[in-house]
Design a protein. Sequence first.
Lengths: 100, 361
Amino acid sequence: MKTTIQEQDGNLVAILEGRLDTAAAPETEKAMAPLYNSQGQNVIIDCTALEYVSSSGLRIFLGILKSVKPKGGHVYIKGISDDIRAIFAMTGFVNLFEFK
Amino acid sequence: MRNNVKLDPHGEELMQRYRDLLPTLEGLAREADGLLRQALREQGIYVTAIECRVKTEQSLAGKLELKGAKYKTIDDITDLVGMRVITFYTDEVDKVAAIAKRIFDIDWKESVDKRKLHQLDAFGYNSLHFICRLKTGGPRFELQMRTALQHVWSTIEHDIGYKGAVKIPNEYKRQFSRLAGMLELIDDEFSRLRTVLTDYRRQIQSLVKSGQLSEVPLSADTFRSYLDLKPFERLNRRIAAVNQAEVYPVSMMPFLPVLESFGLDTIGDVQQFIEENSEDAYQLALSQLAVTDLDILSSSAALQYLCLVYVLKHNGGREGLKSLYDTINGESDSNAILADMMLEQAETLPFMKGKTHEESM
């Protein structure tokens, strides 16, 4: 699992590559720490190269949402595959996020 | 900064006292503003604006030039620090006043309720002015309390120069009075309407709580009250038990338009919808979640599965499912993919028996 954090056009962007499963979650969460500390910027989680997300991964996404929204920012999920979208749908979390 | 204002020696002396007092006045403004904001917050009173200012040297100079002789000492000028609270409703002016009485010492000799000064046959400027002092002492300051409409009246009156040097003919005075009367009526009507709506909400909440659900029309307010009864908790717990999942709280309000689109008119209809579809919603959730290790669910999961089952049972098919996803997730082409996946997975469930794939399409 590889996580890259970038700043693009004033947005904080996290590029996720690989399988975000329970084993990879702690390291990914650590790598995504700058997103939790955002100061009202929008956050884009680029999932174009993300192959799988587990409950632990969903918890990271929800944690980022909980931290970013009160500061006035939006969390966008970009390039999500149909299989991962189905995971968001079956757990009832689709409508919490904005998809690009 | 003073623009060509000539003060007499007494005026200059008062001005010098003002300059000496300025740091104290600025501290007073901060403290009074902070105290009032905190008290309003604690009492749950939301107002449109709270303004606080220290009188500028220019403004004071103008005042002293016009009526400096009226003030023996600087303490006689009571609006060196001025606060203004602008409320939404007329009754809130009285609530703010009650709070001000509690947190400040009020100089009753100088305070004016202009709302009570009107002649019986006159309308006009309505506002409540208190001259206050902090409980800890210090200079006096002015607190104005008025509604948003009273503020509009006052601002326009000031802009037009109603109280200026030129005498206004009676004909125009009458037009002003008509407008003031109209604003006063509107203010009272808004207050009355708010009271009526608050009573209505209470009645509905009590109907929901007493279980008379079929008499309660479905609306944002009533649905919110209904959610306090946690009507989806039992099904959520059942679904969560599939994977020993944690239930993450989210708002269920985005589902209200979906329920309305199903033709559910009352909270009783929603209750019936839950009772009729819970078992099938559980079976659908089970078929999806049991093959995963997902151990976190949103608290709207039960309601979402109930809605999916309803659409499937009523032959909504792909379009119905897409429309449901569009409503709760926002419109997107990818909702069609979710709809296709759902149709495929639901195909084998008992409640879909007798519904051919073609029918569903």
